[in-house]
Design a binder for this molecule. Sequence first.
Ligand code: HEC
Ligand code: HEC
Length: 302
Amino acid sequence: MRKMFKWLGIGLGALVGLIVLAVGTVYALSEIRFNRTYDIQVEPVAIPADPESVAYGEHIASIHGCKACHGDELSGQAVIGGPLVGVIVMANLTGGAGSKVGDYTVEDWVRSIRHGVGRDGKPLIIMPSNQHWVMSDEDLGALLAYLQSVPPVDNELPELTLGPLFRLLFLAGPLAHIVSAEQIDHDAPRPPTPERGVTAEYGEYLAGLCSICHGPGFSGGPYAGAPPGSPPALNLTPAGELANWTFKDFLTAMRTGVTPGGRQLSDEYMPYQTLFGEMTDEEWEAIWLFLQTLPPKDYGNR
Ligand code: HEC
Ligand code: HEC
């Protein structure tokens, strides 16, 4: 009997040892990537001061998801995910208590928004700068004009801490995109920006907001970072449903989530309200014009 307990004890001890070793390895490997420093040559952008630009900057903050993550007042929020996931913290971007940006320079703003790198040179976690990288100087300037105009809100938040499961998924691939700094070519020349207007060219620029989920070729399929239970994104090329839609059908679907076939899209998965509720008719039309120019692609052919 004694002997059995002894072996059981050794077995359990070995198992605990292995778990500690595995978790330790996961922490060590993820910390290397979280602590890498990026030396980035930041190009400052001009910040306009007129009220129209500030209002337009707020529009950018809405359609680019700054408000969806950092909160309507941009005062930040913490999402407590439990011991395996950790605490995800979206920074307070106002000048109030708990602010992360109180003494930010223009360069600091550009480095964090466009490159996903904090002022200490380390990558920001979860901040999706690979999506913001294409933002034109004009849009970024207006966004900064707006960000610098928001009223200060006091909101002290805990530190961002990532649990073992989150880190494991980061290393294994499903959450690899959370360090967007790793996915950006920081030295690439700025992409050209078409003039704002109801044109397919401007629609292509705006449709960068859709390709995150619908894929670079807009043909749909599963995508990185999809919430649990999400259906795959659908094919937006003329090989999909949209071939039979008019612009009016499209506009109705993007405003109400109801497709011409009578299907209700869920805002949780296809965020027509949360992310794109502030999109103007002109912006939707430009996107529509661009989608019409796409070559038909089979579903999921990315
Ligand atoms: C998917 C959610 C998400 C979206 C969308 C998002 N952010 Fe963030 N952002 C975060 C998280 C999380 C952090 C904290 C990162 C960290 O602490 O490592 C962050 C950090 C930042 C920081 C750095 C603060 C610091 O600690 O120095 C700035 C600035 C910022 N975000 C601005 C923006 C702006 C502007 C937009 C819109 C263009 C935006 N974010 C969109 C999640 C998001
Ligand atoms: C966060 C991910 C995400 C983003 C961003 C996104 N979509 Fe979607 N979209 C989805 C998902 C997921 C579905 C499928 C929803 C369903 O089946 O209920 C979908 C469905 C659609 C549909 C319905 C297609 C059909 O055949 O019924 C259209 C149209 C659409 N999206 C257009 C867009 C446009 C235009 C944009 C950019 C302005 C965009 N989406 C951005 C995830 C996204």
